[in-house]
Design a protein around this ligand. Structure first.
Ligand SMILES: [Mn+2]
Length: 325
């Protein structure tokens, strides 16, 4: 952690400690780190006598991988979210656009704390607690809890562990430092059901999804000049296989296994446009690439939503990549 991040941690902790009520939010189609980091603070705010609401944009659902997370039943529908919160905190959300309709209360909030680790975060808060060196937003939250003097409980530990294990790729990505293992040890000491969480988070899928993934991998296109592999999922695929869009989040993790590819991409037709997920396994920065298309993320993992159709967008992404072979 840099000293600058340390100073902002103090500011954020002071603002939270002084506030009687918190309004928490995470990004659209929340992943394990977004939900886990938000719900951890939600649990401990309530345990420490604060009022707290926690929400994410419509559709107000979570992927089945995350439905064990304690505290989902304590979340508030976006329609019931405070319109002008005194103190709002966002989690794992690199830009205000990813808050969708909750961007409005974020703009109106008297104080807006942005808790994040995305290097492309544009600092849309009044207090920007952004640590690009942190393995997960959950790590940033752990530091915040420390400053607040709020002790962990089992629910919060399960939430933070979920964020940590998801964003480190089960302790495999380059962000997996000794400090990450120290935090994992602290969290696991709350008698967390590690094996059951792992099974639900990473291993199990409905057979319908596995069949859709098979079809998507079958049609994958490889560009040897750019060492780029890509595939796509259409709205018709989702209907044909009976699969929800939120179930397809892990498809990019299958495709990124491709030995021949440096950069991998999955495109999905969604009601809001074509969603692109990008991964890099070399020094190439897909976060920068995503910024060029109005999105963002990390160097090795990024994404965006585009008004272009699947074919047109796939060609545009390919054209934006350097020829390397
Ligand atoms: Mn994250």
């Amino acid at each position: 952690m840099s000293s600058q991040v340390g100073t902002v941690l103090d500011q954020a902790a002071a603002a939270i400690a002084a506030a009687p009520a918190l309004a928490l939010a995470c990004h659209h189609t929340p992943d394990g780190d977004a939900l886990g980091s938000m719900l951890a603070l939600h649990h401990l705010a309530l345990a420490n006598g604060k009022q707290s609401v926690a929400s994410w944009p419509a559709p107000f659902e979570v992927a089945a991988h995350y439905d064990f997370l304690p505290g989902l039943d304590l979340a508030t529908k976006p329609a019931d979210y405070p319109t002008e919160p005194d103190l709002m905190v966002t989690f794992d959300c690199g830009s205000i656009g990813r808050l969708a309709e909750l961007g409005e209360p974020a703009r109106r909030a008297r104080e807006l704390i942005v808790v994040d680790h995305h290097s492309t975060n544009d600092g849309y808060g009044t207090i920007n607690l952004i640590d690009p060196d942190a393995a997960a937003s959950a790590v940033v939250v752990r530091g915040l809890l420390d400053r607040l003097g709020w002790e962990l409980n089992r629910e919060a530990a399960a939430c933070l562990y979920t964020g940590l294990v998801c964003d480190t790729g089960r302790f495999q990505y380059h962000v997996t430092t000794p400090a990450v293992f120290d935090l994992a040890k602290e969290l696991a000491s709350f008698d967390l059901p590690i094996a059951a969480m792992n099974r639900q988070l990473f291993e199990e899928h409905r057979l319908a999804y596995l069949k859709l993934a098979g079809a998507a991998l079958q049609r994958a296109e490889y560009d040897g000049d750019r060492r780029f592999v890509a595939t796509w999922v259409t709205a018709a695929d989702l209907t044909e296989f009976g699969v929800g869009l939120e179930e397809t989040e892990g498809l990019i993790d299958l495709l990124r296994r491709t030995t021949e590819a440096d950069v991998s991409c999955v495109l999905k037709e969604t009601p809001d446009g074509t969603k692109a997920s990008l991964r890099a396994v070399t020094d190439y920065d897909v976060g920068r690439l995503a910024i060029g298309f109005g999105g963002g993320g990390h160097k090795a993992a990024a994404g965006f939503v585009s008004p272009m159709g699947v074919r047109e967008l796939l060609d545009a992404i390919r054209d934006a990549l350097p020829v390397v072979a």
